[in-house]
Design a protein around this ligand. Structure first.
Ligand code: HAM
Length: 408
């Protein structure tokens, strides 16, 4: 028997109602905010992610599915959606059509991580990217949209965490302060953080290893290093948030694991009791230099990614499968044609209809209808066809009525 690849799950029909519920509600919110869907391939040239996500990130260094194609070109399965979306934005020259562009996407991403609850090697993200705006008001709108999304899917017990991680002007001073702070503790840091001390010391701040966490407690905070522009941007965003009913917390530990972020970053987490250590369901922030770095114009941007598997694990809401409106019981050969015509008419009228195509006895077709939770059963026998009628049974009340084929 063939089995799926470790960390790559099937989503079976019994679970799919929840997926539709989440995807459809989120799409509706995107539409309210004027976002348009973009679909990009799951495979890209590896160089895009090296440049886009960052060569020194865990994702690019350790987690990508990378291989050479038959022409010897290095390709990678997308580990996230932002780099591909930015590439498509630049390639399509959509920026020339409008100074502000809003995209959203839904799709599978691939990271060779250690699988555990809420962490998979193939997982689905719904993401949004807003190209063009620089204002704190646009950050606020994105955060408000995330809040509306969480409300639309009735997710409870989540918390919004916000930070600003500075920009290319203020980060060098912070980086130097971090290197000075962590270097005396280097031997006590985990192997990854020892490497991060050279590549990206900010990432030590959100290391999940206890010994690193203890050392990082007193690390210099970026907020003490903000340049004037970052300070102003952050203050304006906080003012907008304070004047709204969005509950949030400032968390200086949000540094994000991808290199492109500047200024505003945010995460939404649910409690560890629900999701264990993989409790961040949404992550996002500003990435003002990425479009230019990938060969596009100088366009600021902000976006976020929602992990659908994690959201679904966190949903307490029972989502019922859509019921089957009609099951059709067909008895005898001459009933088949009129029955199939009736089925097609019902479907055209927007009803969900199905037939037990084994066409067994009345008893076995009724059993099948019951198992499929049919709301109504239509019984069509040879006698009924002769008289141009059929029997409709309401499965909830057991009430039976005779109807003519013309009634439809
Ligand atoms: P990210 O924080 O790497 O950001 O991923 C976003 C979300 O995807 C996470 O919060 C989590 O819910 C989900 N996720 C990530 N890795 C896994 C995994 N191995 N298994 C299950 N779920 C996972 C990004 O990917 C950015 N592209 C988000 C963004 C868009 N920033 C700006 N625009």
């Amino acid at each position: 028997m063939y089995k799926n690849i470790t960390g790559m799950k099937d989503i079976m029909p019994s679970e799919v109602s929840k997926w539709h519920f989440v995807e459809n509600n989120i799409k509706k919110v995107f539409e309210l905010y004027n976002y348009k869907e973009v679909r990009t391939p799951v495979l890209e040239f590896t160089a895009l992610f090296k440049r886009g996500v960052g060569e020194a990130t865990d994702i690019v260094e350790k987690e990508m599915y990378t291989f050479n194609d038959r022409n010897g070109k290095s390709l990678s399965l997308r580990p996230e959606g932002t780099a591909s979306t930015v590439r498509a934005y630049i390639q399509s020259k959509d920026y020339a059509n409008s100074p502000l562009t809003k995209y959203y996407y839904i799709g599978e991403m691939y990271r060779h991580e250690r699988p555990q609850k809420g962490r998979y090697r193939a997982f689905n993200q719904i993401g949004a990217e807003f190209f063009g705006p620089s204002t704190p008001a646009s950050d606020f709108e994105v955060i408000q949209m995330v809040e509306d999304i969480l409300k639309s899917i009735k997710l409870k017990d989540y918390k919004f965490y916000i930070n600003s991680i500075g920009c290319k002007d203020c980060r060098p001073n912070h980086k130097k302060a971090l290197v000075d702070f962590f270097t005396p503790h280097k031997e006590k840091l985990c192997k990854d953080c020892q490497r991060r001390l050279d590549t990206n010391p900010m990432r030590i701040i959100d290391c999940k290893i206890d010994s690193c966490k203890i050392i990082a407690q007193d690390a210099p905070k970026i907020s003490n290093f903000y340049c004037e522009s970052c300070s102003k941007h952050n203050n304006e965003l906080i003012t907008l948030l304070e004047n709204s009913d969005i509950g949030y917390q400032i968390d200086p530990k949000i540094v994000r694991g991808l290199d492109y972020y500047v200024k505003t970053t945010f995460e939404v987490r649910v409690s560890e009791e629900i999701l264990g250590s993989q409790n961040t369901i949404i992550g996002g922030g500003r990435y003002n230099n990425l479009v230019k770095e990938l060969g596009g114009p100088n366009v600021d941007a902000i976006g976020f990614g929602i992990g659908i598997e994690r959201v679904i694990l966190a949903l307490s809401e029972e989502i019922n499968e859509a019921p089957l409106n009609y099951a059709i019981v067909i008895l005898g050969n001459t009933s088949l044609s009129p029955a199939l015509k009736l089925v097609h008419k019902l479907r055209k009228n927007g009803n969900t209809v199905d037939i037990d195509y084994r066409l067994g006895s009345l008893k076995s077709q009724m059993r099948w209808a019951n198992k499929n939770n049919a709301q109504k059963v239509i019984i069509i026998g040879e006698e009924e066809v002769k008289n141009n009628i059929y029997i409709e049974k309401n499965m909830l009340t057991s009430e039976q009525v005779k109807k003519t084929f013309d009634d439809l």
